[in-house]
Structures are given as C-alpha cells and as structure tokens.
Ligand binder design. Structure first.
Ligand code: ATP
Length: 359
C-alpha cells in the first residue's frame, strides 16, 4: 500500500494548462475522488500519476519515492479505464492473467490470484468467455479483476462506471465500496458525477480550471464549501445564490436582497462584520428552504416531482427565484401562494467579487 503526494503539479499541452499547480495528499488506504466539470484537468492528473503523461513541473510521489522519471510500467499502480480496454481475442481468464504474465509471475501465483479475484468479483463462471460475450457490467468487473490481480500499491480509476446504465451504476458503486473495504488499496478515482463522488470517496478533491478548489471528506465539503464554485458544483438541485449589499441595523447586520431584506442571524454576524457596504451572496441549499407560515411570501412557479423529493421553483418578488426541495406528494400546485423560511443554521455567505466563503 502507499500514499500518493502531488506537489505543485503542472501539465501544459502547448498553450493549454491542463493541470495548474495541483498539490494533493492522497492518504494510504484512502478512496480519493477527483471530481469536477468536463475539462477541469482530472483525467490529466490521473494520467500523470499513472505515468501516461510527463509532468511539465512539480513532483509526484508514490510511497516515499518521487516517480516523475519512472515509466508507467515501473510504477506500482493498476489503472481501470472508462472503456474497460479488454483484449477482445483473449478470454476473461486470459485478460486477467496477462498483466501477471508480463511481470513474469509463476504459474501457481497467477492461477491463485486470478481465482481469488474472480471469486471476489463473482465472475468465476465467466472465466472462459470472451469480452464480446459479456454484458457491460460484467466487462467492468473483468477490468477491475485485471487491476486487482496485480495487487498494486494504488488503483487509478477513470470514470469506470460511466458506460453502465443508471441502475447498474448504483449497484457497482456499492460493490466498489465493499471492494475497497476488503482490499484497502489506495484508490484515486476520477468522475464528473458529484453523486458518485459523494457516495464513493472518503476524501474528495473538487477541481476547476486545472486547480484543486477544495479537499476533504465529502459531507464536510458539502456543508462547508470554500467558495461559490464548490457550493454550486456539489448538490442537486444546486445551492440558491441571492446577491445583495450588507448594511448595519440597530441590532446587527442585514442584506438588501431586492425582493426582501435578509436579517443576518446572530451566529453569522462575525462573518459579515467586515463586509458593510460590500456586495455579498447569500447561499441557501434547496433542502434548507422550508414552507412555513409567517415566512417570506412566495409564488410557486414550477412543481417538479422527482420521486424521493419534489423540487419547487419559487418566485420571491418580481425577479428573484429560488428552488426548494420538499417532501413528495404534497398538495402544492403551480401559482399557489406560499410562505418560506430558511434554516438559519445552514446559511452560507460569500464575497460577491471573489466568490470566496465568508464563513
Ligand atoms: P473530462 O471529464 O471531459 O474527461 P477532465 O476534467 O478529465 O475532462 P482533462 O481530460 O484532464 O479534463 O483535460 C484538461 C484540459 O486539457 C482540457 O482543456 C483538454 O482539452 C486538455 N487536454 C487534455 N489532454 C490533452 C492533449 N493530449 N493535448 C492537448 N490538450 C489536452
């Protein structure tokens, strides 16, 4: 097993800076997810760790060793790709054996490892089939099996579930969790899917524009986003952002949000102290907007039942809209007049100019 450490890692492709000074500690035995929108540099970061790209600058350490100058095959890693990359003419057994044969492992070790991995992944019955005779989910298991038999220090996985249908993806997510519980191999996993990141990672690194925006346990990052990018990226529907200017009141601070005035709760006053006269953004997650009597008056513009919850789009005043997640099956209809309240404990405040959190 091994930890992985990236220091000021940079990768340029001509004038494109794909990875722009990434520093990240991936603890031994962790399941770390690199998550971010398309083009943010997560795949390139993974390929740098794998040795499939050469760093323009910075260092990559696996264990205590700087591996910048090592080729991919010299690094003790196994990679699982989105398209599985199985050899079509080899059987499942042949695919799983191949890496070990290349390493010169003896026949007994090869057989034992292939059988153990096939057992773990429940693909024993499929060992004599060719990839074309397998479903997508089964092919993905074989790709995982091929990585597992090598017993590497680090697994690198690039969107391995994205070619599976929604139901199978959820099932494989649970299996990857179980697999990691059993093997505890340090894993770096790339996805653009925030739900996958939240459910799989014990640590997530949210990336944008080639940079790591925030690193931490998923629920911590979700509850304490460092900036508006992270706040917006994690959560579905996204956090509501309402912009206004801070002013003093007789007993604290308030923000003039146009449609209404937001009185800053006592517990957040410290955050707004230095911001009088500044434009700030109030962030409220849809699940923290509740329908209560004596709140702010709002009109229901859209009702979107999503099964486990119903998402409402609410109009407050002429120009302000926000989303609320409410219990499904309620009596709410379009054009209803309702009254809303925000959960005071879960508010977020950001500097409007920099997007950085004030809390
Ligand atoms: P996606 O989820 O779409 O795969 P990503 O976050 O993994 O995106 P990367 O694939 O790492 O992003 O790409 C980061 C940036 O680097 C993009 O602007 C991409 O076009 C560019 N890039 C990646 N590989 C190369 C390459 N071989 N040559 C030139 N530019 C590249």
């Amino acid at each position: 097993m091994a930890k992985v450490r990236l220091d000021d890692l940079v990768k340029r492709f001509d004038d494109i800076v794909a990875v722009d000074g990434v520093s990240l500690e991936i603890p031994d035995e962790s399941f770390t997810v690199l998550v971010g929108p398309s083009g943010c540099g997560k795949t390139t970061t993974l390929r740098l760790i794998a040795g499939l790209e050469r760093a323009s600058d910075g260092t990559i350490k696996i264990g205590d060793e700087v591996v910048n100058d090592q080729r991919a095959y010299e690094r003790d890693i196994a990679m699982v790709f989105q398209n599985y990359a199985l050899y079509p003419h080899k059987t499942v057994r042949g695919n799983m054996r191949f890496g070990l044969e290349q390493q010169g492992a003896d026949e007994e070790t090869i057989q034992e490892r292939v059988e153990d991995a096939a057992n773990l992944l429940q693909i024993d019955e499929l060992l004599d089939r060719k990839p074309a005779e397998l479903s997508g989910g089964q092919q993905q298991r074989v790709a995982l099996g091929r990585a597992i038999v090598r017993n590497p220090d680090v697994f690198l996985m690039d969107e391995p579930l994205s070619n599976l249908d929604a139901k199978l993806r959820v099932q494989m997510r649970a299996e990857l969790n179980k697999l990691h519980d059993k093997l505890s191999t340090t894993t770096v996993y790339v996805t653009h899917d925030q739900v996958e990141a939240m459910t799989l990672g014990d640590q997530i690194a949210v990336m944008n524009d080639g940079k790591v925006q925030q690193v931490g346990p998923p629920t911590f990052v979700y509850s304490n986003p460092r900036n508006m990018f992270v706040a917006d990226f994690l959560g579905s529907p996204s956090m509501n952002f309402l912009e206004g200017t801070v002013h003093r009141t007789d007993d604290g601070y308030a923000i003039d949000l146009g449609a209404f005035e937001h009185e800053v709760p006592d517990e957040f006053e410290w955050a707004l102290e230095g911001a009088v006269g500044d434009d700030v953004v109030l962030g409220v997650r849809p699940e923290d907007v509740t329908l209560r009597p004596d709140g702010l008056p709002a009109t229901v513009n859209v009702v979107e039942p999503q099964g486990e919850k119903t998402v409402l789009e609410l109009g407050l005043g002429n120009e302000t809209t926000m989303k609320a997640s409410v219990e499904p099956g309620g009596p709410i209809q379009v054009d209803d007049r309702v009254s809303v309240e925000f959960d005071r404990r879960s508010l977020h405040y950001f500097d409007a100019a920099s997007g950085e959190s004030l809390t």
